[in-house]
Ligand binder design. Sequence first.
Ligand code: GMT
Length: 379
Amino acid sequence: MRIGILCHPTYGGSGVVASELALSLAENDHRVHLFSHDMPPRLARAPGPVEVHVAQGSPYPLFHSTPHDLAIMSRVLDLHRSEGLDVLHAHYAIPHAISALQVRSAAAEAKLDPLRVVTTLHGTDITLVGNDPSYAPLTRYAIAASDAVTAVSEDLRLRTTDNFEGVPPCGIEVIPNFVDLEEFRPGAGRSGRPSAVHVSNFRKVKRVPWLVEAFALALEQLAARGSDAELVLVGDGPQLGEARRVAHQRGLDGHVKFLGLRDALPDLLSPADAFCVASTEESFGLSALEAMACGTAVVGTRVGGLPEVVEDGVSGLLSPVEDLAGFAGHLASLLEDRGRSSAMGAAARERATALFDRRRVVEQYESLYRRLIEGRHAS
Ligand code: GMT
């Protein structure tokens, strides 16, 4: 198949899913083009035969900001005209689904080969951004007009049908995120000071300062029993400064390590006794899945699709979103009992293998594309 993928060039989340999907499809001998306004980091360091198109547009004094979305649409249309595409797969509704639909219309008007638009909803494109009154009408249109819509969790599918009245529930298929079990695998084992790790873009929704507070409470419990631990924070973003301030105020300078953006995720995830996710919203939790594949149990909040990824009490421990003491208690229990954290980590790896194996999930996308091309898709 000839497949075009549109995505945001993000370090995590949808940018990673789109890049990994592009690489896997190319490995399966499809012709794959990826379009973005910058190079997605996961793709930049991969050798796979995906053709990447970075379109940024030209600045002009009339524009408040350069409309790179239009430049991307132009590039897709040009490629469809010259080489032809069967499917255009938009990751994140705003603006990519709209761009893909516009290209589909332009292609139809020019009597080019038919183009099927698949939109994958990732989370905040429905819950925070897409639901905002300034974007909601367009998000509703994107969902209704796409040839197929997928959501990365059952929770997100339900939220979409609740938030966007009139979208038929059967019209949204759940295709979960996935992980490469070869790349993300358990390492040599744990030794030294017990550690918890967190990876994110440090946006408000991830609540990293709250996580540092929870770690401070956990450390107090551990210290009272003569134990010690550290928290490793990977990533960068708007709340990095506040997280640093909280760590300093709580006297945690020797216990919290800030590593900034890193690529060597398996090496950072696999030695940890726990992976922490303190988000107020999480449609799936891709980094939690990557940690699970590395054999690391998750301490998290019971929000969104996270309970579909982490089986509470088996592959991790989940607590209500405002329960700081509960979260801290879970963290302390895994940091002080290596036997328990290892057993949960092994269960986490098993769950990642059984449900979220890259090859199996990529097949689901291929099957959806085929059904669309053959005109067999129900909606
Ligand atoms: O968090 C975001 O706003 C970014 C978004 C994305 O598109 O990168 O993340 C969402 O998509 C990821 C990939 O499907 C999911 O693993 C994340 O859970 C989801 N983030 C939220 O729902 C907050």
